[in-house]
Design a protein around this ligand. Structure first.
Ligand code: FAD
Length: 388
């Protein structure tokens, strides 16, 4: 597929769509690339509202492998993108607390996929983090490398700038539909103001609203926008090595600037599809987060919540894993969506995978076949259990 007259239309200019464009060029595609984005401010996109953390502690091996490549990319943005790029990278592990016995099978699987995970028994955990109340904890796992956090907005800006330099065109319109022709293949995308934009290939990277693109009842994506609120707090807690802590309650907390940010996945009965709703859910903080933090870290009893924002996870309700690759019948329609809260760190691997599949006919680096749309059709879930 090195035809210089070919045209690839990518729906969504967030991190997924932008990395698809980047890797298509990186792997040598010389044709036209149009990235269609309806909101040039990117104000409400998942990418801009993300907590922007990365980890190798996943239950599915392909997610570990994608994170390892993502981390390599993040550590080397000055080589990949621009020598002046600064994404504020902090390399520090996720400290995940456990009540049960050590799951050696899970840790072995993570190591096989490229992670390096330490196990801190109770005594060592208390020595390292004396401020933690670990009465009910048996041990913790900690990512020794390829974990940390960064500034998502800076990364998005750097990829987009590189894409523009590589002649990927960002076009600001709303995509209404992906029509198919008499041969059953995608004709391109229908734009709200300009009508049909013909394309040889279409990639749906529209994030939390990616399901709304398809008006074909045979083509459903089990992806919907679920609101996640991030709270910014100040407290007397002062540990320069404070990790990304995942509590057994589901609450996560990590350093950010002079304070910390924290959040929790709401219980299912408080987690409807949240189209257009970006109001922070302050009750979550009072009811779940503050009590859990004060119990785990007594110093946090006197914390002060200073700010909050809400964004949307693109939740794949089948199994909390991404949906990646071509549609089995509409072969020129690709998906890059459904990452359910871990898409930022996986975007480089997804962009590379899609570019490999589209240009070379098969995945070359990481086999992303398990993430294909076939499992959606067959309702064969491959559940990612580590979702925060
Ligand atoms: C609060 C929060 C915390 C998170 N924390 C993490 C984290 O710590 N680590 C991590 O890896 N991930 C995290 N995520 C998830 C991560 O941010 C997302 O998985 C990732 O940003 C998804 O990128 P995307 O490009 O698919 O979606 P988006 O960034 O939402 O981009 C999709 C784009 O498509 C555009 N679009 C949609 N419909 C159309 C249309 N019809 N026509 C034209 N354009 C359209 C939108 O305007 C948008 O710009 C978090 C998300 C949230 C909300």
């Amino acid at each position: 597929m090195q035809d210089s007259t070919a045209h690839i239309a990518i729906i969504g200019g967030g991190i997924m769509g932008s990395f698809c464009g980047f890797f298509l060029r990186h792997l040598g595609f010389r044709g036209r690339i149009t990235i269609i984005e309806r909101d040039p401010s990117y104000r409400y996109t998942a990418t801009a509202r993300s907590a922007a953390s990365f980890r190798t502690q996943f239950s599915c091996k392909f997610n570990v492998a994608m994170s390892v490549f993502g981390a390599e990319f993040l550590k080397n943005t000055q080589t990949w993108l621009n020598r002046d790029s600064n994404i504020g990278l902090i390399k520090r592990g996720y400290l995940i607390l456990h009540k049960q016995a050590v799951n050696h099978t899970a840790i072995k699987a993570m190591h096989e996929a490229g992670a390096e995970i330490a196990i801190f028994p109770k005594k060592e955990l208390q020595q390292r983090y004396p401020y933690l109340n670990i009465e009910d904890i048996s041990h913790a796992t900690y990512g020794l490398k390829n974990e940390g956090w960064f500034d998502a907005w800076s990364l998005l800006q750097a990829v987009q700038a590189k894409n523009r330099a590589l002649d990927c065109q960002y076009r600001h319109e709303n995509v209404k539909n992906v029509p198919t022709g008499s041969d059953g293949q995608a004709l391109g995308v229908v734009l709200e103001e300009s009508g049909l934009l013909e394309a040889d290939w279409v990639i749906n990277a529209a994030g939390p609203e990616s399901a709304a693109i398809h008006q074909n009842p045979k083509l459903t994506l089990p992806v919907s926008p679920r609101k996640r609120t991030v709270f910014s707090i100040r407290s007397p807690l002062n540990d320069p090595e404070f990790p990304m802590l995942i509590d057994t309650s589901g609450v996560w907390i990590r350093p950010e600037g002079q304070g910390h940010i924290c959040g929790i996945v709401p219980p299912p009965h408080r987690d409807p599809a949240a189209h257009g709703d970006y109001q922070p859910d302050y009750d979550l903080f009072e009811e779940y987060i503050w009590p859990a933090l004060a119990q785990r870290i007594p110093q946090l009893e006197s914390l002060k919540m200073e700010n909050a924002w809400a964004g949307h996870y693109e939740v794949n309700s089948l199994d909390h894993n991404g949906i990646v690759g071509p549609h089995p019948d509409i072969n020129n329609l690709y998906f890059a969506t459904g990452f359910s809260g871990h898409g930022l760190q996986h975007a480089p691997a997804v962009g590379r995978g899609i570019a490999e599949h589209l240009l070379q006919g098969a995945y070359q680096s990481i086999d992303l076949t398990p993430l294909g749309y076939q499992r959606i059709v067959r309702r064969e879930a491959i559940v990612e259990r580590s979702v925060y």
